[in-house]
Design a protein around this ligand. Structure first.
Ligand code: G1P
Ligand code: ZN
Length: 544
């Protein structure tokens, strides 16, 4: 085989973040940049010779080019076979599903999730291990260490195969199988949810649906599952053709970036149910007619109702949520008598709990929900779960949500993001909070008194690994909370995230607008962290 070893020099900035390596496309286009990182991944693996790798991405600009390079490097690095989604496409949860179903050695996902795409946008690359989940920190640390001392990469001097033609070909002595990106995933969804029941609901004429794929990867998945299998109308899917620049949009399913869908759902005669997913298909936003379900509430509601859905009929082993996610799910876990795990931000922290059978459902406030069916969060899975519940309850989304609050109390919740702020200022804000955090107890702000404050550290209950400095938590005596942390996924300056939460047990007082209900806490957060001083910003850029 024509294997070439190309000499190269390390790039200084290839440390994987919250979710792999994410950079501007232009950064990835620098000579050897992509190749160095891919070789650093391969150099961090043991025993991959002759094994199978999965490769696919969200279809953004550079996806095709990178897929070709990875295939040629995988062949030169001794992989026996690569499964590639047709066109180089696979959603993030679908990669996880394919790794698990075909018991492959690992997989590479090409995506920068919801970050804008195109020649001036972002690109990203992430390695997932044999359980289908993101590589643990031990692996990402080793990838980074390799990237700092790399001297050569291996590639075959052969043309990459045609990515559009389903079937098997050889690349040197490595087999390449181009697979339908949707079919394994669809089969898994069919196994978890009651498709017949959902189909009857969609055909009843009493229920209307709108799904927004935001010109990203879930378009083809939604066409197959929602339209072809479940009978949704073609017009029920919007922005369902994936585009290399995501149509110039920002495919993050939230109230700001999915405005088109939000406007449809809040119109007088809006559909019964609306949902959107992000660039790579792992996030979800759930809406009812004139109703937004916060991701934290969504996790709690799915958990409370999971026993009604075929895939979870046997009950839940436990629930896991990221630390900044609201405590709504904690109340459900308590009533179900199951364990609730609080983990740092990032899906990778759920992997061990899911593998060990300690948690069945997990979620993050950042529009991520999932279960032990794969090892990534899963946008369409959450949509199907909701559709299954709606088909059972036959109630509007808003009634399901308020019914849940009546029963469990409401955790008012909001996240305020200050995007693209000066990194030094944001770092200073965090440092000062960190220094203060030990001595805030007892401090009063109007009716609120600080009960505790710390810098969240997590000890993994399975492997005892410790992750420190995961965000400053400030808890108040009435159970309210605020959390401050810096984003690990942004690519410009720094992004400060402020998470706010207040619990209201009394159903008579639960209907306020979340921003109103949280207004005191919002003011206190500004004061405690001197946000305006450190960021120079009067207001957040995104409120969810
Ligand atoms: C963000 C979210 C986090 C999520 C991650 C990857 O990370 O906050 O919950 O797991 O994207 O989708 P952050 O930018 O806050 O580090
Ligand atoms: Zn994503």
């Amino acid at each position: 085989m024509n294997i070439v070893e190309t000499a190269t020099r390390p790039w200084p900035d290839q440390r994987p973040g919250t979710s792999g390596l994410r950079k501007k496309v232009q950064v990835f286009q620098q000579p050897n940049y992509l190749e160095n990182f891919v070789q650093s991944i391969f150099d961090s693996l043991d025993d991959h010779q002759g094994k199978t790798l999965v490769v696919g991405g969200d279809g953004r600009f550079y996806n095709r080019h990178a897929t070709g390079i990875i295939l040629r490097m995988a062949a030169a690095n001794g992989f026996g076979k690569v499964l590639v989604g047709q066109g180089g496409l696979l959603s993030t949860p679908a990669v996880s599903c394919v790794i698990r179903k075909h018991k492959t050695f690992g997989g590479i996902i090409l995506s920068a999730s919801h970050n804008p795409a195109g020649e001036d946008g972002d690109f990203g690359i992430k390695y997932n291990v044999g359980n289908g989940g993101p590589a643990p920190e031990s692996v990402t640390d080793s990838i980074y260490a390799n990237s700092r001392r790399i001297e050569r990469y291996r590639i075959v001097e052969l043309d990459a195969p045609d990515l559009d033609r389903i079937g098997e070909t050889m690349l040197g002595s490595m087999q390449v199988e181009i697979i339908d990106p949707v079919s394994d995933y669809t089969e898994l969804m069919q196994h978890l949810f009651d498709f017949d029941r959902i189909r009857s609901m969609l055909n009843s004429g009493l229920f209307t649906l709108r799904f927004d794929a935001m010109h990203a990867i879930t378009g083809p998945y939604a066409r197959e599952i929602l339209e072809h299998r479940l009978g949704a109308g073609a017009d029920d899917l919007i922005n369902a053709t994936p585009l290399e620049d995501f149509g110039g949009g920002h495919p993050d399913p939230n109230l700001v970036y999915a405005k088109q869908l939000v406007d449809i759902m809040f119109a007088a005669d809006g559909p019964s149910f609306g949902a959107a997913s992000d660039g790579d298909g792992d996030r979800n936003m759930i809406l009812g007619r004139r109703c937004f379900v916060t991701p934290s509430d969504s996790l709690a509601i799915l958990a409370a109702n999971a026993h009604l859905v075929p895939g979870y009929r046997q009950g839940l082993a436990g629930i896991a949520r990221s630390m900044p996610t609201s405590q709504a799910a904690d109340r459900v876990a308590e009533r179900l008598g199951i364990e609730l795990y609080e983990t740092p931000t990032g899906w990778k922290f759920f992997g061990n709990l899911l593998d060990a059978g300690k948690a069945t459902l997990c979620g993050e406030e950042s529009f991520g929900t999932g279960s032990d069916h794969v090892r990534e969060k899963d946008g369409l899975w959450a949509v199907l779960f909701w559709l299954n519940l709606l088909a059972i309850h036959k109630e509007p989304v808003a009634d399901i949500v308020t019914g849940h609050w009546r029963s469990y109390g409401r955790n008012y919740y909001s996240r305020h993001d200050y995007e693209g702020v000066n990194a030094d200022g944001a770092g200073e804000l965090m440092e000062i909070l960190r220094k203060q955090s030990g001595n805030l107890k007892g401090k009063r702000f109007g009716d609120y008194e600080i009960d505790f404050s710390d810098d969240f550290a997590y000890t993994d209950p399975i492997d005892d690994s410790v992750s420190e400095r995961q965000g400053i938590r400030i808890g108040f005596t009435d159970g309210s909370r605020m959390v401050f942390r810096l984003s690990g996924t942004g690519t410009e300056g720094a992004t400060l995230r402020v998470y706010l939460e207040r619990y209201e047990p009394d159903p008579a007082k639960q209907s306020a607008d979340a921003q109103d209900a949280l207004s005191d806490l919002i003011r206190i957060a500004g004061e405690v962290a001197a946000i305006r001083h450190h960021t120079g910003r009067e207001a957040p850029t995104v409120i969810t």
